[in-house]
Design a protein around this ligand. Structure first.
Ligand SMILES: NC(=O)c1ccc[n+]([C@@H]2O[C@H](COP(=O)([O-])OP(=O)(O)OC[C@H]3O[C@@H](n4cnc5c(N)ncnc54)[C@H](OP(=O)(O)O)[C@@H]3O)[C@@H](O)[C@H]2O)c1
Length: 242
């Protein structure tokens, strides 16, 4: 993969940072995207030879287009797009705020549409590309208190299957990775009783590590996955066996 450019969104911390480091170790030139945590993004870059950091608020449509253009111009192309950036806002339906729903849709789903749309252009020209989208186990199972978040993640799955069919003739593969419960800032904020209940639902009896997700993303970015498109890799410790 030497010389190929991979953009990982939300790579300043958590799953995105682990994906950026794994892709860097696999030989990609990595564009480390962040929104607010510049120091952390620069620390991730420091761990990856040749990596560079790019700032954008992906809830803003113009910023999504600008990010793709800037990365392609400054890194010398764009071959792999990992749509990882995301937020979680949890609330039971009667209390859920329409503004929060808009935030979730814009950040988690519309950005995936926009970034994929603009990234597809250089990928079509070079007849090679990989789009890897971070879904979630709750997009498949649902979860009380997460109707808004789950809707964005289920949307990503339908979107990915559709673009996989559209882009296959151009040598572009599109797949999802659906994490279960992974130890990051996002899940660190959950109350202890919720975490204990989640652990009880995981047959492998541990929460996932960010490297568990990065391994699946690295596989989907590699030639080893060249006959896989429109699929989802579930990395959830066996939650579907319940
Ligand atoms: N952790 C889990 O258990 C789990 C489970 C299922 C799915 N996922 C999905 O996996 C992905 C990564 O999760 P995580 O736990 O690693 O999250 P995290 O630790 O909370 O990190 C979120 C990342 O997204 C970026 N981000 C947030 N809002 C943004 C915005 N408006 N514009 C641009 N970037 C933004 C953040 O950038 P800054 O730090 O620079 O602000 C940060 O890099 C998400 O899509 C999440 O839904 C996670």
């Amino acid at each position: 993969m030497t010389g190929k450019v991979a953009l990982v969104t939300g790579a300043s911390r958590g799953i995105g940072a682990a994906c950026a480091i794994a892709l860097g170790n696999a030989g990609f030139k990595v564009a480390v995207h962040y929104r607010g945590n510049e120091d952390k993004a620069l620390a991730v870059c420091a761990a990856i030879p040749g990596a560079r950091a790019f700032r954008a608020d992906l809830s803003d449509a113009a910023a999504c287009q600008g990010l793709i253009k800037t990365v392609a111009a400054e890194m010398g192309g764009l071959h792999v797009l990992v749509n990882n950036a995301g937020v979680a806002i949890d609330q039971i339906l009667p209390m859920a705020k329409p503004d929060d729903f808009d935030t979730l849709i814009n950040t988690n789903l519309k950005s995936v549409f926009l970034l994929s749309k603009f990234a597809a252009r250089p990928m079509i020209r070079q007849k090679w590309g990989r789009i890897i989208n971070l879904a979630s186990v709750v997009g498949f199972t649902g979860n009380p208190g997460q109707s808004m978040y789950a809707a964005t993640k289920a949307g990503i799955v339908g979107f990915t299957k559709s673009i996989a069919a559209e882009l296959a003739p151009f040598g572009i593969l599109a797949n999802c990775v659906a994490p279960g419960f992974i130890e990051t800032d996002m899940t660190g904020a959950l109350p202890e009783p919720v975490k204990e209940a989640m652990l009880g639902r995981i047959p492998l009896k541990r929460f996932g590590a960010v490297e568990d997700i990065a391994g699946a993303v690295e596989f989907l970015a590699s030639e080893k996955s060249s006959y896989i498109t429109g699929s989802t890799i579930h990395v959830n410790g066996g939650m579907f066996t319940n």
